[in-house]
Design a protein around this ligand. Sequence first.
Ligand code: URA
Length: 463
Amino acid sequence: MALHRLQTPDQTDMLSIRDLIRKKRDGGALSDEEVRAFIQAVTEETIQECQTGAMLMAIWQKGMVVKETETLTREMMKSGEVMSWPEEWAGLVVDKHSTGGVGDKVSLVLAPALAACGCKVPMISGRGLAHTGGTLDKLESIPGFNIHQSTQQIQKILASVGCCIVGQTERLVPADRVLYARRDATSTVDSLPLITGSIISKKGAESLRALVLDVKFGRAALYKDLSSAKELAQSLVSVGNGLGMRTGAVLSCMDGAIGRCVGNSLEVIESLEALKGKGPEDLMELVTTLGGMLLMMTGLASDLSGGRKQISDAVTSGAALSRFQAMMEAQGVARDTAQSLCSAHSDYHRVLRKAAHQTELTAPADGAVLGVDGLVLAEVLHKLGAGRSKVGEPVNHSVGAELLVSQGQMVKKGVPWLRLHHEDPAPTPQQMHQLQNVLTLGSDKNTQTQQKHTLVKELLLPQ
Ligand code: URA
C-alpha cells in the first residue's frame, strides 16, 4: 500500500495517520517508522482524538506482531523522560510489577528486602481502581508518607536507602497517559499489545537491569484463566527483554486474597508484621519468589533458591524492616511515627486510623474452609469506601477486613471468620449477605485438600 504524505503546518513531511489506521484496520503490520509517527502524533497532540480512538480499535481487533509491540513500547517509553542512574549502580536497578490483586501488599515487603540485598529499587506504583487495591493508597494511610517525588529526589533516596515507592512523575511516558485515557473511553483497555506497551514502557523508562512481573489469574484477577494470563506474561517478558531489561514473570493464582488483611491501613499493618518475621505463608512465598528471581537475574544470587534465601534472610534479620523505616522517613514520615510503626510491639492504631466499627461475621455451619471469594469481598469493601470508581476520588484508608480463618481449617457453626472494619453508614443487609457468601464451606476436609491451589503456578525466565 502506498503511503500518502501530508504536509503539517510546520511543513514537515509526515506519514498520513489515515493511511496508518487503514493499514492496521486491514490487518497489516505497521513498520517502525509508522509506529513512531503514530506515537509522536499522540504525544505532540497533532492527531485528532477520533483518529487515536480508531487506531486503538484497529489494534484491539487486529493485534500486533511481537516486533510491532516492541516498537510501540519503545516509542512510548521514549515519549518522555528516561531515567539515568550513576554508573556504580549498573546491574543493580530492579523493579516488580503486578497485574493487580486483592490484598496484594507484596511491594511493601519486597522493595525494602531487595534494598537490603544490595539492589536499587525505584518502585513506581499505581493507585487502586475498581476492585483491586493500589500500593500508593496503602502507603498514604501512613501519616506524612509522600508518594510524589521528583527524579532527583528518587535518586537521592535510592542513594541513601536503596528503595522508594512513588507515583509516576508527569514527565514519564506522556504517551501512555493520553493513550490510557482514550483506551478507557473506547473500550480498548484489554488488548495484549496495548497492555504490554503501557506496562513495559513505564518500566523501561526506569532504566532497569531486571524486571519481574507478577501476572495473576483467577476469580479476582484481570485474567480469569491461566492460559490468557500466560499469553500476557509471555508478551510482557518478550518485550521487556527486547528493550534490554532482563525480564521474568510469575503466574500466580488470585482466587481469594493474599494474606489475611484487605484494605489500606490493615494491609500496611500486615506488611509491617511480615517485615518483623510474622508474615503469612502465601505473602512470603510471593515475596521470596519474586525477589529471588530478581536477585538471580541481576547475578546477585547464583540461582533461584539462593535468591529466595537471601530475601528471606533480609526479612528475618530485620534488615528489610530497617530499610522500610528509612524509606518512610525519606518520604516524609516523622521519625517518631516511623519508629513507632517499626517497634517490636507497635500499637499500630496509635498511628494508623482505625475504623469506627468492627463487625464479626460467623460461620453458618460446621465445615472445612474451602476458600474465600476475593472478588466479592473486594467489591463490597470498595462500596464501603476502601476503593475508588473514578480517578481522583478519595479512599477511606481505615475500611477493610481481616480473614480470621485459613483455607483447610475446620470451623464450628458460630465461630467468627471475618472481622469487617467499617465506618457509618453500616453495611446494608444485602452487603452483609454478599459478604456471608464470600466464605465457601465444605463438609469434607479431604475435598478441600484436593482443591487447594498452588499459589505460584509457573515461572517464565528471561530467554
Ligand atoms: N496497567 C497499566 O499500567 N496499563 C495497562 O494497560 C494495564 C495495567
